[in-house]
Design a protein around this ligand. Structure first.
Ligand SMILES: *Cc1c(COP(=O)(O)O)cnc(C)c1O
Length: 425
C-alpha cells in the first residue's frame, strides 16, 4: 500500500509519525470545519468594512510630517472599528508593542484615586511594571501606582472560573474592570467571549459607571464575536499577533466606545490633538493588507494549534486546551515531561521555520525569568507570535507554549519536524 504522505516526505518524517499525523488530522476534521465557518464570517465582516469605509488606492499611501488629513489613517481606524464591532478605533504603527497599547488605554482612562480591578487574577507579566505591582516598583517610576491609582484583583476560582460574586462586590468601588482573555504564558485557561460578556454584565450590574476593558491579545478573530460586541467598552491588542495578519511589522490597536477612544488617542499623542495627526509613513498598506488577511491567517494558526494538540496527545502528552476543546485564542501548551523533549521540540520548530531554520536554539538565562528559557522563532517579523513559534521555561512540568502558523500546511510540517526530532533524541 502506498501511503500518499510518504511520496511527498521531503523532510524524512518517520513513517509511524506520519500515520499518527493522518489520524490526528482526521480527528480534527469537525473542528477544522468550525474554524472555517468562523473564518468565513470574520472574512465577510472585514470585506464589508473595507467596502463601507471606501478604502481606495490613496488610502494605502503614507504621509510624512504632521500627517494632517491622512485619509488612510482614518480609514484604517474605521475598518478596524466596523469589523471588530466597536464604535471607533485607534490603530497605529507607533504603538511599540501590546504592552504599550494596553498601557495607553489604562493611562487614558484612570485618574488619581481610581481603582483598577483585574477580574481575572494576575495580569500579564509586562503589565505589572505599568500598574506598579512588580518587584521593581520604585516611587517616581511613572507607573499607575505612582500616580495614585489603586490596583485590586479577583483571582479565578479553584475550578478556574471567574469569581462573579467577588467581582460584583469589588466592582462597586472600581473605575475600571479589567479582563485578560488569553492565558498568555500562565497555566490558567483562556476565557472565551461568552464568559467575558458575563464578567462585563456582572461588573456593570454592580456599578453602571464602570468601564470594562479587555486585554484581547491572541484572541482576535478566533471566535465570531469580539469582547466589544458583548459589553466590553474597550479592548486592545498587538499587530504582530492576530490582527496584523503576519504583514504588519509593528503596532497596536484599541477599539471600543467613541468617547473613550478619543481619550486613548489623546493619551497616545496629546490632549486636543488625538486622532487628527500622526504620519503613517509607509505603514497603511501593510496594516490594511494584514488586517484583510487576518481572519484567514488566524484560522490557519488555530488549525495548526488544534492539529498539534491532537498529534501530541496521540504521542502521549497532555495539552491545554485539551483535544476537541473550543478555542478562544491561538495558544496551546504541551507538557513534554522532560527537558530533552523540550529542547528537541523547540529545535525542531526552529528547523521547520522559513527564516533562520539553520540556527539551533538553546536554553539560556533570560533576564527577568527564574528558570532558563528556550525560544524558537524563525519569523519574518521579529518576535511575531502569529508566526509559528514556541517557547518554554526549563522547569516542571516541562511545558512548551506553541502558537502561530501563517499557513496551516507549513505549520503542520514544522510541528511534524519538531515531533520527529523528539523521536530521534
Ligand atoms: C502578548 C501579550 C501582551 C503584550 O505583549 P507585548 O509583548 O508587549 O506585545 C499582553 N497580554 C497578553 C495576554 C499577551 O499575550
Amino acid at each position: 500500500m502506498q501511503n500518499n504522505n510518504l511520496n511527498n516526505n521531503i523532510f524524512n518524517i518517520d513513517a509511524g509519525l506520519l500515520e499518527l499525523a493522518e489520524q490526528a488530522e482526521k480527528e480534527c476534521a469537525e473542528q477544522f470545519a468550525e474554524i472555517d465557518r468562523i473564518c468565513e464570517i470574520n472574512s465577510q465582516k472585514v470585506l464589508k468594512a473595507f467596502a463601507d469605509n471606501h478604502v481606495s488606492e490613496v488610502s494605502l499611501k503614507g504621509t510624512t510630517g504632521y500627517g494632517y488629513s491622512d485619509e488612510g489613517r482614518d480609514k484604517l481606524d474605521g475598518v478596524f472599528a466596523q469589523a471588530l464591532g466597536g464604535e471607533d478605533a485607534v490603530v497605529r504603527h507607533t504603538f511599540v508593542n501590546g504592552t504599550h497599547t494596553l498601557s495607553t488605554m489604562l493611562f487614558a482612562i484612570l485618574r488619581p484615586g481610581d481603582t483598577l480591578l483585574s477580574c481575572t487574577g494576575d495580569v500579564y507579566d509586562t503589565l505589572e511594571s505599568v500598574i506598579g505591582i512588580g518587584a521593581d516598583y520604585k516611587k517616581g517610576d511613572g507607573s499607575l501606582k505612582d500616580f495614585g491609582i489603586n490596583f485590586d484583583k479577583v483571582p479565578l476560582l479553584n475550578n478556574q472560573a471567574p469569581d462573579y460574586e467577588k467581582i460584583a462586590e469589588k466592582a462597586k468601588t472600581a473605575k475600571v474592570a479589567y479582563i485578560q482573555r488569553s492565558r498568555g504564558y500562565s497555566l490558567r485557561p483562556s476565557l472565551n467571549v461568552e464568559i467575558i460578556g458575563k464578567i462585563a454584565q456582572t461588573a456593570k450590574s454592580a456599578n453602571p459607571d464602570i468601564i470594562v476593558m479587555v486585554d484581547n491579545c491572541y484572541g482576535e478573530f478566533v471566535e465570531e464575536k469580539e469582547p466589544v460586541a458583548v459589553g466590553a467598552d474597550l479592548m486592545a491588542g498587538s499587530l504582530i499577533k492576530n490582527l496584523g495578519g503576519g504583514i504588519a511589522s509593528t503596532g497596536g490597536y484599541i477599539c471600543g466606545k467613541r468617547e473613550l477612544i478619543e481619550k486613548c488617542a489623546d493619551r497616545l499623542a496629546c490632549v486636543g490633538t488625538g486622532k487628527e495627526v500622526g504620519c503613517t509613513l509607509g505603514q497603511n498598506r501593510e496594516m490594511l493588507l494584514g488586517f484583510f488577511l487576518s481572519p484567514s491567517v488566524v484560522a490557519n494558526a488555530v488549525k495548526s494549534s488544534v492539529f498539534a494538540c491532537s498529534l501530541m496527545n496521540k504521542m502521549g502528552y497532555k495539552t491545554t486546551p485539551a483535544v476537541g476543546e473550543k478555542r478562544t485564542d491561538i495558544i496551546a501548551s504541551i507538557e513534554l515531561k522532560t527537558p530533552e523533549n523540550v529542547v528537541a521540540f523547540c529545535q525542531g520548530i526552529q528547523a521547520g521555520s522559513p527564516v533562520d531554520s539553520f540556527v539551533t536554539p538553546e536554553a539560556w538565562d533570560m533576564p527577568g525569568y527564574e528558570s532558563q528559557v528556550i525560544m524558537a522563532a524563525g519569523t519574518f517579523t521579529m518576535g511575531a507570535s502569529i508566526e509559528l513559534s514556541a517557547d518554554a521555561p526549563m522547569r516542571e512540568p516541562y511545558a512548551v507554549w506553541l502558537q502561530g502558523g501563517l499557513t496551516y500546511h507549513t505549520a503542520k510540517t514544522g510541528i511534524l519536524i519538531a515531533a520527529n526530532k523528539m523521536l530521534n533524541k
